[in-house]
Design a protein around this ligand. Structure first.
Ligand SMILES: [Zn+2]
Length: 147
């Protein structure tokens, strides 16, 4: 984690590439790095970490977001996902949900080793997303109801 002044976009991208170097992907060899920048200029990184019990594998995006949240960060300005693929690679469905819930207005930047970039918003990747608003609707409507 670095902190202090606001980071440049290039510094956040570089942090994502550095994180990718630490990926643990012996089964897929699909190495991903992620860096999230907080509104106060801190950068948190994550890499994908695979498990021999495949379902326990965790994506780079969630590692970075969990690290940031566990250190008290709540507002993010930029989230970079770095993958060595022919085209910039968007986050998986699980990560889209987590990005929606914790990084809703964050700019998402996809980068690959060929230098291609693509900027997105999570609302474009996860239309009509599920979140806590629906939980509140249920609890409000069903309070005191046996049905
Ligand atoms: Zn994911």
């Amino acid at each position: 984690m670095s902190e202090g002044k606001k980071q440049t976009k290039e510094e956040v991208i570089e942090a994502a590439w550095s994180a990718r170097e630490r990926a643990v992907a012996p089964f897929s060899n699909f190495r991903v790095g992620c860096a999230v920048e907080t509104d106060d200029g801190r950068i948190f990184t994550g890499c994908n970490i695979e498990s021999a019990s495949y379902g326990l594998t965790v994506c780079a995006e969630r590692v970075a977001i969990w690290k940031a949240i566990s250190e008290g960060a709540r507002c993010f300005g930029l989230l970079v996902i770095a993958v060595d693929t022919e085209n910039p690679t968007p986050p998986c469905g699980t990560c889209r949900q987590i990005i929606w819930e914790h990084c809703r207005d964050t700019n998402i930047l996809l980068v690959n080793l060929q230098g291609q970039t693509e900027e997105l918003q999570i609302k474009d990747l996860l239309p009509r997303a599920f979140d806590a608003r629906y939980l509140k609707e249920i609890s409000r409507d069903k309070v005191g109801s046996k049905k």
